[in-house]
Design a protein around this ligand. Structure first.
Ligand code: TEU
Ligand code: CA
Length: 530
């Protein structure tokens, strides 16, 4: 089935490979470890796994600094291990997507080393005396050349991530390093993207999440016309060569990225005050922010009832209407860049209702590993592989090892605890898969049942009909005319009118439908059949 079809009822699961399962006891998660845990994913019911980058890298940014796109990093295993993982996942009906870092490489990539020592190479964006320009000082944001080539280069994220040259949308005589998009450098880089995709798709991988997909053409106009044109060209090539492959964007603007050719986009840079529509920001607890984590200041849904489900719905509709049938709007429970759903004052008691929302909403839902058991953001960790972006924004706390059981290192690794690449959550009450497996009332079982219900009910998928009955607390909507969903993200009880006198309970905690009323306790949820 082409991606536009199989994504319609897909449930994504994001694995940060360092942290899922360590098969050889070196303290770092790896591909064989993931393969050995595939049964957990199959049991849970997810059908698509997205792996963060697992390619050769100096790991200055957790692998988002790629030194060789065609070779698996030795810490994770071999290229064969990746092909075997895709194959073993496929036997369980699970597709595996890779992370494609399209806009930059590591400064250790041979392309960059060559470019830093050859003034005629335009694979990256250089401003330098004698070649294209002779600026008195490096232009803003540029970084001094590490090679024999004079001048400076443009980074894309951290300084160790030089931007690949896909050209500038606007050239400018005063800044002659602004090569137009059709210069040779950009062509070489476009071809390289095809080569990388072709290589891994040929080995059995099912598609890509594209990192910073909006970043390619520099100084593009607000509508990103040139970047859109670049991706449309790639999508046309993909449709012709690998029509089943999925292309998901980290762009944050589905109204632009889906017409650009992506099948879906993660809403992360969306919503009030740029807080992003990861579920963790949908579901804020505004009574306090976590000091060091980058926490939203405003939220659509709020434990104190200050946010507004109506604002969310307006923003959601704008995105969903723009996408139409051409693609999907993905909402993740969290990801490796942001605090987890369970973070600071936002506690485990709020998570069941959040997952009921995520898995009954007309989105492409994505579960960040460990969120299905309510793993929390671990505060206070030191910087690790570029995890700290500033005094208040530490990503390490969202990347700690998966908590499988109550054996040493929570079953993540047989290494001694001081050799783990990142420490485990030190909380003695930390949740584990094994403990929650033994408890039918656990978050893990709820998530599993919700996924099973979604997979068995096409109207609950991304394109099923949705009628919102109450855009306030509690949020009430009907999917496909058949399933009534009630979620109360706030701490206080709330009630509203019901469309029916009574309904069959499929899942509920603290929500009743009776006498024409819906009554929801704080953080209550219910899924009913009409
Ligand atoms: O992130 C890019 C990005 O812009 C954000 O998600 C970012 O972390 C946030 O806005 C900070 O302000 C992607 C990857 O997800 C991230 O892990 C990498 O560090 C980054 O690209 C560079 O490759
Ligand atoms: Ca390992």
């Amino acid at each position: 089935r082409p991606a536009t079809e199989w994504l319609a009822d897909a449930v994504l699961y994001q694995i940060y490979p360092q942290s899922f399962a360590d098969s050889n006891g070196d303290g770092i998660g790896d591909l064989a470890g993931i393969e050995a845990r595939l049964d957990h994913l199959a049991w849970l019911g997810v059908d698509t796994v997205w792996l963060n980058p697992c390619f050769a890298s100096p790991f200055r940014d957790a692998g988002y600094d790629v030194a060789d796109y065609l070779t698996v990093a030795p810490r994770y295993g071999t290229d064969d291990d990746l092909a075997r993982l895709a194959d073993a996942a496929g036997h369980r009906g699970i597709r595996v997507l890779l992370d494609l870092v399209a806009g930059h490489t590591s400064d250790q990539h041979p392309w960059f080393t060559a470019s830093a020592n050859d003034p005629s190479d335009d694979r990256y964006i250089w401003a330098e005396p004698g070649h294209l320009a002779e600026p008195a000082v490096p232009p803003a944001g540029f970084v001094a050349s590490p090679g024999t080539r004079p001048g400076s280069y443009l980074p894309n994220f951290f300084d160790s991530q030089p931007a690949l040259n896909f050209g500038y949308a606007r050239t400018n005589d005063a800044e002659p390093w602004r090569l137009p998009v059709d210069a040779d450098g950009p062509r070489t880089n476009r071809q390289a993207l095809r080569d990388v995709m072709d290589h891994w798709l040929g080995l059995g991988l099912s598609g890509f999440r594209v990192d910073m997909a909006a970043s390619l053409v520099k100084d593009d106009d607000p509508g990103q016309a040139q970047t859109v044109a670049l991706w449309r060209e790639l999508r046309a090539w993909l449709d012709a060569t690998h029509p089943h492959a999925a292309l998901l964007a980290e762009w944050g603007d589905p109204a632009t990225s889906v017409p650009a050719g992506f099948h879906a986009d993660f809403l992360l840079q969306f919503g009030p005050k740029d807080d992003g529509l990861a579920l963790r920001s949908l579901w804020n607890n505004s009574t306090g922010t976590v000091n060091e984590a980058w926490e939203p200041h405003a939220a659509y849904f709020d434990a104190d009832g200050k946010g507004s489900p109506r604002t969310f719905l307006d923003d959601w509709r704008a995105a969903a209407d723009a996408v139409g049938d051409a693609g999907f709007v993905a909402v993740p429970s969290a990801n490796h860049d942001f605090s987890r759903l369970a973070c600071g004052p936002r506690t485990a008691e709020q998570l069941p209702a959040a997952f009921v929302f995520l898995l009954t909403w007309p989105t492409l839902p994505a579960i960040y590993y460990g969120d299905e058991i309510g793993m929390r953001y671990v505060p206070g960790l030191p910087d690790h592989e570029g995890s700290r972006l500033g005094p208040r924004y530490n990503r390490a706390g969202s990347r700690t090892p998966m908590q499988w059981d109550d054996s040493p290192n929570a079953g993540f690794s047989t290494a001694s605890a001081d050799r783990l690449y990142l420490p485990l959550d030190p909380d003695p009450g930390r949740p584990t898969v094994t403990a929650q497996l033994a408890d039918d009332g656990s978050l893990l079982h709820l998530v599993r049942r919700l996924i099973a219900l979604r997979k068995a009910t096409p109207e609950l998928g991304a394109k099923g009909g949705t009628e919102v009955l109450h855009a306030d607390y509690p949020l009430v909507y009907v999917r496909g005319g058949r399933h009534l969903v009630v979620v109360n993200p706030r701490r206080n009880a709330a009630e509203t009118g019901a469309p029916v006198d009574e309904a069959v309970v499929l899942e509920a905690r603290g929500v009743t439908v009776a006498d024409g009323r819906i009554r929801a306790e704080g953080f209550g949820y219910g899924v009913f059949e009409l």
